[in-house]
Design a protein around this ligand. Structure first.
Ligand code: ACK
Length: 948
């Protein structure tokens, strides 16, 4: 009976009176299933021998638990000798006669584990050697991490490893309607607990997460991309009546252009332009209009102008045949004006001006346009007369002309326009219609004069200029004069100009205006000088301010500008990267897959018609604006660098599809693969040369104030001359942007093995954390592409670093290089070497190749296990050494007194130690004893031919 007085079945034995008991109870064959380690929980009661009279010597208070593995059931056959003992089981509590009387059940529970079990099943056996015992229950079980769902990923039942210190890595599979973002993973611990969730799945397009699973967006809602965002209401002028919509349908009369993102409202074509007007002279017709009142909800407005010739019947219009010229063109106009040339006189032209946008093509409704009829039979207004150059200096020209005869009109003033003659300049007279953005090189100046003469200043020496004049009367401006071309003088001409001016002055004096003219000229000339000085200063100031902003390529003073500081990142791309016409690019083959799309190799025709090999990174179609921004961000960063060890940006293609980033081609691809492919092929000097290049590139980046954050051999490219260049400038975005990054999603994206502890722990990224990564790159290089920390899991890497473990030297690695690595992995980031130090240290090694002859294994012997801590000195600086003996407070005493290297320190005497101001006897002793050790270690190294 149990304690509740219910009958229970037990196996009992109680042969306590007889000696030499050997009674066995055996289970049936138990299938192992997935178990590797099994647990046996036994409940039993045991009689206290002391409570049974006369049994002393024969009565026992224990029994033995045995097991045997086998692939199949043996039926009733049983041979105790085949069984292995698991344990002797004793009771915590035993019962007495009194307990029996009081009906107290003293139940013992004991659990034993056994494993690994390798056969298909096993038997358990219980051996009694003379106890009074009742076996109440035996539960045989194993532990597993049970099926679970984390971050929308499902993880199956998983049996832990037998070895309780190692975890089983399990990949999750995404739930229905979800897809992988970062590979979802969990680790199954020995006790059947899931640990360290990494990665995640996200709901697919058209689905959103509700209570841990993905549900379809309801009608009127949509979700255009996979991610942990909710379904959104359809944008304006769009709808959906069905579930799981990725893109809402446009309402009637509204459209979505191919390049419109699904998040954008549906739009419609614009209404007709308004207020069309014209202005005509003898050679040109200027058409102007105002933008439409309804833009249709879009900004990509353009205009096209169609010319028609109409007779008296407006329905009989026909399109003008060729011959008419439109400037800049008649279609795709972004400004609301156009110039028409080469028209015929005495013709009625009708111009239909249509406004269009990105969805006009998609609409079948009749086009809305503004019509304008122009009769070309007007009297051509004109300026009569010749323009004369009176004199010219290096920076100015004096012009005069004959006052034209307008009997019935008063001339108010003259407008003089001029510009520098450029060979390809378009027909004069039209520049007023051309905007700077259309013709970057084109700019003009103008000035006014009431008298029929003018002195134009601020010109370039020995340069041809084009001049036009037009008259303004009460009726407005008249047409322009023909163009006149005059040249400014060279150095020899200023004297002549002065003489010319004197002549003008003299002539004016004779004419009776002496004082007035002299004063006028005086002010003119001094005014000109001031203007000139001001003009010069302005350009100088601009240059200075550009310099301060770091926009010009003056080595040494450039600083890196984060493209994210630009409100519009596409401006940053164009500030730092050249736009390449895609016709200059020839893609030859695909060489790999990048984060955003394929990476290809090909050729680029340079403006000098040379062909160079390039790598082309493409942005795959169907990208989001955000992806495009991130993709081009790399170009905005790379474009700011100019260094032989930084991958060179040739330019970008952003104005056509696909969007591309074009960089110099590196024949040997990424450094990690390259080294793995050529394991053991290089001399140490060659490897150090590569490392020196990388350090030099990193020095440049750190001088510019750029922190890389993802320095690793996979992000170094190698060219055919073994020159290594730093590449991959995208990661900071990924880390920076997502506030969740450190914890869940992109937490997995921090390259743990390459990243300094403070950057992992609290995102303290700096050039010092780059130096840590550099140490890892050194290790990768010296081990020919071995994976840092081998197969250790990230969590273990973090823990072991925290506990002070550092990667041991790879085979064949010179002591000096491993020392440098260890220095880069100093816990205290301020004690790591700067890239400047690394470059000069490596330079020293290269200059004295003997310093590379001592290998770590020469000193230590072959390391037994990867975890062995080296016993040679791991410091390369005095600071480092003092810190290691906790005497860092005396660093300045050493340095100030000239003990700046370990070599000098190792020769110090006790008097020297006192002499540099270390007064405490205890400290003097500690330092002296450490110097002694240092000296011994250095002698040991020097014997082996190594010089620090
Ligand atoms: O190891 P790989 O051959 O070198 O494979 C990767 C692949 O493209 C995806 O990134 C290679 N790659 C990237 N940039 C360049 C480049 N500038 N020159 C040559 N190969 C490149 C990289």
């Amino acid at each position: 009976m149990d304690e509740h007085n219910r009958p229970i079945h037990t196996y009992q034995v109680c042969n306590v009176m007889e000696a030499n008991q050997n009674n066995w109870l055996r289970t049936n064959w138990i299938s192992r299933d997935a178990a590797q380690k099994i647990f046996v929980e036994m409940k039993f009661t045991l009689r206290d021998c002391n409570s049974i009279p006369w049994v002393l010597g024969t009565c026992k208070e224990t029994f033995n638990l045995y097991y045997m593995e086998s692939d199949e059931s043996h039926g009733v056959k049983f041979k105790p000798s085949q069984y292995s003992k698991i344990d002797t089981i004793a009771a915590d509590e035993s019962f007495t006669q009194m307990d029996l009387g009081d009906r107290i059940l003293k139940l013992n529970t004991e659990v034993r584990e056994v494993g690994p079990i390798n056969r298909k099943g096993f038997y358990l056996a219980f051996q009694d050697i003379g106890a009074c015992i009742a076996l109440v229950s035996v539960r045989v079980y194993y532990k597993k991490c049970p099926f679970t769902v984390r971050n929308l990923a499902m993880f199956p039942d998983t049996v832990p490893r037998v070895d309780s210190s190692s975890l089983v890595e399990v990949r999750g599979s995404c739930m229905k309607y979800a897809e992988e973002r970062d590979t979802p993973k969990l680790y199954c611990g020995a006790d059947g607990d899931w640990l360290v969730p990494l990665g995640r799945c996200v709901c697919s397009i058209g689905y959103e997460e509700v209570d841990g699973s993905c549900h379809a967006c309801r009608p009127s809602f949509y979700k255009p991309f996979a991610g942990n965002v909710k379904c959104s209401k359809c944008p304006p002028h769009s709808f959906t009546y069905i579930d799981a919509t990725s893109v809402c349908q446009c309402e009637k009369g509204y459209f979505r252009a191919e390049s419109d993102p699904p998040t954008m409202a549906c739009t419609k074509p614009p209404s007709a332009p308004r207020n069309a007007n014209f202005n005509i002279n003898e050679t040109a017709l200027y058409l102007e209009w105002s933008p439409p009142s309804d833009m249709g909800g879009r900004k990509d407005l353009t205009y096209s102008v169609i010319c028609k010739k109409c007779g008296s019947d407006p329905s009989q219009c026909e399109v003008c045949d060729g011959g008419l010229r439109f400037l800049p063109r008649n279609t795709g106009l972004t400004n609301s004006f156009v110039t028409v040339l080469d028209f015929l006189a005495h013709v009625n032209y009708t111009f239909e001006i249509e406004a269009m946008n990105g969805v006009s093509e998609l609409s079948f409704s009749p086009k809305q346009f503004a019509a304008l009829t122009v009769a070309t039979d007007q009297e051509a207004p004109s300026f009569v007369g010749m323009l004369r150059k009176d004199w010219a200096s290096q920076s100015s020209i004096a012009l005069s002309w004959k006052e034209p005869d307008y009997p019935n009109e008063v001339i108010l003033d003259y407008e003089i326009k001029y510009y520098e003659k450029v060979v390809s300049r378009i027909a004069p007279g039209f520049w007023r219609w051309l905007r700077k953005e259309e013709h970057g090189e084109l700019s003009y100046s103008s000035t006014k004069s009431k008298a029929p003469s003018v002195i134009i200043t601020g010109l370039k020496p020995a340069t041809k200029y084009i001049f036009h004049i037009r008259i303004r009367t009460a009726a407005g401006y008249r047409g322009y004069s023909p163009k006149f071309e005059f040249e400014t003088g060279d150095e020899t001409s200023d004297l002549a100009a002065e003489q010319g001016q004197i002549l003008v002055i003299a002539t004016a004096a004779v004419g009776g205006f002496t004082l007035l003219v002299i004063l006028t000229l005086f002010f003119l000339i001094t005014g000109r000088c001031q203007w000139y000085i001001k003009a010069k200063m302005n350009s100088e100031e601009k240059r200075q301010s550009h310099l301060q902003n770091g926009h010009l390529q003056f080595p040494g003073i450039k600083t890196y500008i984060d493209p994210d500081t630009y409100e519009d990142p596409s401006l940053a791309v164009h500030e730092f990267a050249k736009e390449i016409d895609p016709s200059r690019i020839r893609i030859e083959r695909v060489i790999g897959a990048g984060e955003f799309g394929e990476v290809c190799s090909g050729r680029l025709r340079t403006p000098a018609k040379r062909e160079i090999a390039v790598a082309i990174k493409t942005l795959k179609g169907g990208y989001m604006e955000r992806q495009r921004k991130d993709f081009l961000r790399e170009a905005s960063i790379m474009g700011q660098f100019d260094h032989p060890n930084i991958i060179r940006l040739e330019g970008v293609v952003t104005k056509s599809r696909p969007v591309m980033i074009v960089v110099e081609y590196m024949e040997n691809g990424s450094l990690d693969c390259f080294l793995r492919k050529h394991d053991g092929h290089f001399t140490v000097i060659q490897l150090v040369g590569m490392l020196r290049g990388i350090a030099s590139g990193m020095k440049y980046l750190s001088d510019m104030g750029y922190v890389h954050r993802d320095l690793a051999a996979r992000n170094i490219l190698v060219n055919s001359n073994l020159v290594c260049k730093v590449s991959d400038f995208g990661l900071s975005r990924v880390l920076e942007d997502d506030p969740e990054a450190a914890y869940t999603t992109t937490g997995g994206k921090i390259p743990i093995r390459w990243t300094a502890p403070e950057a992992i722990a609290y995102r303290k990224f700096s050039s010092a954390s780059d130096a840590w990564s550099y140490g890892i790159v050194m290790w990768e290089v010296m081990s020919y592409g071995e994976r840092p920390y081998w197969e250790m899991c990230n969590q273990d890497v973090i823990l072991s670093i925290e506990e002070g473990y550092r990667l041991p030297a790879p085979m064949g690695c010179p002591v000096s290089l491993h020392q440098l690595m260890l220095h880069c992995w100093h816990k205290e980031r301020n004690h790591r070497p700067r890239f400047l130090d690394i470059v000069s240290f490596l330079d020293k090694l290269i200059r004295t190749p003997g310093s590379l002859h001592t290998l770590v294994e020469d000193i230590l012997g072959i390391p037994e296990s990867p975890g062995d801590v080296p016993e040679y000195p791991v410091f390369v600086s005095v600071t480092d050494w003092l810190d290691s003996i906790k005497m860092g407070q005396y660093t300045t005493n050493f340095l100030a007194m000239g003990f700046t290297s370990l070599d000098l320190v190792s020769r110090m005497s006790i008097d020297d130690i006192r002499g540099i101001g270390i007064a405490l006897i205890g400290h003097q002793r500690r330092i002296a004893s450490s110097i002694q050790t240092l000296r011994l270690q250095m002698m040991h190294i020097q014997e082996k031919g190594f010089h620090v």
